[in-house]
Write a protein that binds this ligand. Structure first.
Ligand code: HEM
Length: 108
């Protein structure tokens, strides 16, 4: 909703130390983020997720706009014991912009 993907690309530098996205993206510290919208949580083939993320996946967590927004605001409040150590974006505009950027690499 209302995100600026160009600004989001800039903010995404805070993610790119751990996540790749785009052509040829592979799992590194974190899983690749291609097609993340509407992807079920914890499904990047071959990536070893935390038990917290495995639990969330078993519980049916799907990456929608709303769940992605919550996760990048405060990873641990959505997925307790997630291994993603990212302090989160407090600002709604920052989150909207990063999500607009991620959405460029998703069909949905
Ligand atoms: C997982 C996004 C920053 C490390 C994830 C997932 C998403 C995501 C959507 C879930 C993927 C899935 O279920 O397949 C982002 C975004 C970031 C960011 C948008 C920036 C705003 C970071 C940073 C790190 C990191 C900086 C490393 C310090 C991880 C790890 C996982 C993960 C290790 C797996 C979590 C687990 O198994 O509990 N990230 N991330 N992420 N991310 Fe990030």
């Amino acid at each position: 909703v209302g995100g600026d993907a160009t600004r989001g690309e800039d903010l995404y530098r805070q993610c790119s130390s751990c996540h790749q996205i785009g052509a040829g993206a592979v799992d590194r510290v974190g899983p690749h983020l291609n097609g993340i919208f509407d992807r079920a949580a914890g499904q990047s083939e071959g990536f070893r997720y935390s038990s917290g993320m495995e639990r969330a996946a078993t519980g049916g967590l799907v990456w929608t706009y709303e769940s992605l927004d919550a996760y990048i605001e405060d990873p641990r409040s959505l997925v307790s014991q997630t291994r993603m150590s990212f302090r989160g974006f407090d600002d709604q505009q920052d989150r909207d912009d990063v999500l607009a950027y991620l959405r460029l690499f998703s069909d949905n």
